[in-house]
Design a protein. Structure first.
Length: 189
C-alpha cells in the first residue's frame, strides 16, 4: 500500500499539532464517529462502521490532499506521535471549516486551538478573505469552539442532514473587521 497523502509539514498550534491521518488512527475514528453526538451532529454515515473509517483514512483524506476533491483534512494530536484527538478540515469551494473531537479529547481547549490554527492558515497561506463555520442546532460545544476561535455569529439558516431538513447556526471569521449581518452569540450554557 502506498503511503497516505497528507500535509507535508505539521501545523503547530499552542496545544495541538495538525498532521496527516495515519493507519493507526482508524480505531479512534470509529470510536469518535460511533457516538450519539456523532449521529446527531456529524454528516457521517450512520451507523458508522470500521469500513467507513478505513475509507475516510485511506481514501477520502489522502485524495483531498492530491486535489481529487475540495476538502483538506488534518489529524489533531496533542503531540507529533500522539494518538488521534480529532479531525479538522477545510472545504475550499465553500470556504468552510468542519471538525470533530474524540470524546476523551473534549474539554481541553484542543479544538479551539486547532480551529484558530486552521483558520489562520486559510487566511494567511491560502489568502481566504473569510472562513465559514456551521453546526446543527443543539451543538453547543461546536458553537463554543467557534466563538472562542474568533468567529462572528451570523444567525440560523436551513440545512440538511442525511436528507432531512435541519436548522444550522452559522458564523464567519474575517481578518478585516466586523462582517455585515453580525449578531450576538446566543447563550451557550
Amino acid at each position: 500500500m502506498s503511503p497516505l497523502a497528507g500535509p507535508t509539514l505539521p501545523q503547530m498550534g499552542r496545544k495541538v499539532v495538525l498532521t496527516a491521518l495515519r493507519e493507526d488512527d482508524i480505531d479512534r475514528v470509529v470510536e469518535a464517529c460511533s457516538t450519539e453526538q456523532a449521529e446527531r451532529f456529524l454528516d457521517t454515515p450512520w451507523p458508522y462502521s470500521r469500513a467507513d473509517a478505513e475509507g475516510f483514512v485511506r481514501e477520502f483524506a489522502p485524495s483531498g490532499w492530491r486535489g481529487e476533491h475540495d476538502e483538506r483534512v488534518w489529524a489533531i494530536r496533542e503531540s507529533l506521535r500522539g494518538p488521534l484527538a480529532g479531525v479538522i478540515g477545510l472545504r475550499t469551494i465553500a470556504g468552510e471549516v468542519g471538525f470533530w473531537l474524540h470524546p476523551d479529547a473534549q474539554g481541553k481547549g484542543l479544538m479551539s486551538d486547532a480551529l484558530r490554527t486552521v483558520a489562520g492558515h486559510a487566511e494567511g497561506c491560502l489568502t481566504w478573505p473569510e472562513v465559514h463555520w456551521a453546526c446543527y442546532d443543539g451543538n453547543l460545544g461546536s458553537m463554543r469552539v467557534a466563538k472562542a476561535a474568533g468567529f462572528t455569529y451570523l444567525g440560523t439558516g436551513e440545512g440538511e442532514q442525511r436528507g432531512e431538513p435541519v436548522v444550522q447556526h452559522r458564523a464567519i471569521r474575517t481578518p478585516s473587521g466586523m462582517p455585515a449581518g453580525a449578531r450576538p452569540w446566543p447563550p451557550l450554557d
